[in-house]
Design a protein around this ligand. Structure first.
Ligand code: FE2
Ligand code: FE2
Length: 184
């Protein structure tokens, strides 16, 4: 596995069409939608890139399909975050590493948030640890990247619109590549 921006683009070229099972969008569409939401909110280029790449762990992982359907937490946030830390600053890798913690934080802190989650997100939530303890909550809140991780999570949850028309795959990957080079 190579730690390079070119490899990232190849990964989306090869595996971006994989269906994000249970969500109605492909991996590339989910990445693109998440990145567009971050851009629309004026996020920094690094946070925009984190939004694009937050689920790259699913593509890097050997497992196909949706691991939660067979009761397995694939720890994709660690696979992705630990991979990205070799290429980009922590402004990119930390929100990726923390996007699952951010879901657990939001579920624990905002009771209505759980209802907004997709079926797959609810299924994975329990495998990922469910509600946070007091200790986990305070550790999360004090983390310097907690705010970015929560923003990313909010975009993540709505970046699953099957009706949103995406530009051509080549153009989408070119946009990702340009942003990634900017963040190196
Ligand atoms: Fe994720
Ligand atoms: Fe996601």
């Amino acid at each position: 596995m190579q730690s390079s921006v070119a490899y990232l683009a190849d990964l989306y070229q090869e595996k971006g069409d994989l269906h994000y099972e249970g969500e109605g969008v492909t991996q590339l569409a989910h990445a693109w939608q998440c990145g567009q939401l971050a851009k629309a909110e004026g996020a920094s280029p690094q946070l925009q890139l984190a939004a694009w790449l937050h689920d790259i762990g699913h593509l890097l992982s050997k497992k196909e399909g949706t691991p939660t359907t067979y009761g397995h937490d694939d720890r994709h946030e660690h696979i992705g975050g630990n991979y990205l830390v070799n290429i980009f600053s922590e402004q990119v890798s930390q929100p990726v590493l923390m996007h699952v913690l951010a879901k657990r934080y939001l579920v624990t802190t905002y009771p209505d948030y759980r209802q907004s989650l997709s079926a797959d997100s609810i299924r994975s939530l329990e495998l990922q640890g469910g509600d946070m303890s007091e200790n986990e909550l305070s550790q999360f809140i004090e983390h310097p990247f907690a705010k970015d991780a929560v923003s990313l999570r909010r975009w993540d949850d709505i970046a699953k619109n099957p009706d949103l028309k995406m530009p051509l795959k080549a153009d989408v990957i070119a946009e990702l590549l340009k942003l990634a080079k900017e963040c190196q």
